[in-house]
Design a protein around this ligand. Structure first.
Ligand code: 13P
Length: 251
């Protein structure tokens, strides 16, 4: 059985005070939740304070990006081991906003994934097609390229530190979620591809999250799909009650 992951991507929102207050509000709402890996991803500047605020709770911490080098003359970058130092257990890599606005490529995603794994972090690797790609029937081709590229040279052993997030770009922040069937179809495709690349046991074990306008009222249908193992939540993770309702989808 795969432990579901519900992760909140806070994107470029919240000051340190707002981020710590959100995690403090969230803690009691999810403290009784068992069998779900709960992750929040604040901006870099809030990481260590949110780590302090969530210490001892069942809430884990992710960064929203990382660099692939450990140290050096790389102004503005943050190394995976420094994220670990700040209290992170996870890091989101290759989010479509980074691909779209900051020149992230499958090659840079792959370098970051390897570095994150090397530092002992779990990499949440994002893939997803744009609306134009979906309308041109290129969804599976795009996803295959992104998964093959992002996970190039990753071993079955390292894949234990990888979570894949399928986030169709047209569903992000639009209120237009993929239907349960649309999401399941792509998740099943990704799992088949992982089986081809790394074998069936790896495919059976890897968690594949859905992201794109996940809300308390659509999470249950998505989570009922055979190959959907969790959610990467944007907007609805910015409030404690709505994120807690998603985390507690089963209850
Ligand atoms: P929304 O939930 O706001 O659509 O964002 C999804 C997302 O990009 C999570 O990484």
């Amino acid at each position: 059985m795969r432990t579901p992951v519900i992760a909140g991507n806070w994107k470029l929102f919240k000051t340190i005070a707002e981020a710590t207050s959100l995690v403090n509000d969230l803690k009691p709402l999810v403290s009784g939740t068992a069998g779900v890996e709960i992750v929040v991803a604040p901006v870099f500047t809030a990481l260590s304070r949110v780590a302090e605020a969530s210490a001892g709770s069942n809430i884990r911490l992710a960064a929203q990006d990382c660099f692939w080098e450990e140290e050096g003359a790389f102004t503005g970058e943050v190394a995976p081991k420094l994220l670990k130092d700040a209290g992170c257990s996870h890091v989101i890599i290759g989010h479509s906003e980074r691909r779209q606005y900051f020149g992230e490529t499958d090659e840079s995603v792959n370098k970051k994934v390897k570095a994150a794994i090397g530092a002992g972090l779990t990499a949440i690797v994002c893939v997803g097609e744009t609306l134009a790609e979906r309308e041109a029937d290129k969804t599976f081709a795009v996803i295959e390229t992104q998964v093959r590229g992002g996970l190039a040279d990753i071993t079955a052993e390292s894949l234990k530190q990888v979570v894949i997030a399928y986030e169709p770009v047209w569903a992000i922040g639009t209120g237009k979620t993929a239907s349960d069937a649309q999401a399941q179809e792509v998740h099943a495709f990704i799992r088949c591809l992982v089986a081809k690349l790394l074998g069936q046991p790896s495919a059976d074990a890897v968690r594949i999250l859905y992201g794109g306008s996940v809300k308390p009222d659509n999470v249950k249908g998505l989570m009922a799909q055979a190959d959907i193992d969790g959610a990467l939540v944007g907007g609805a993770s910015l409030k404690a009650d709505s994120f807690a309702a998603i985390v507690n989808y089963a209850g």
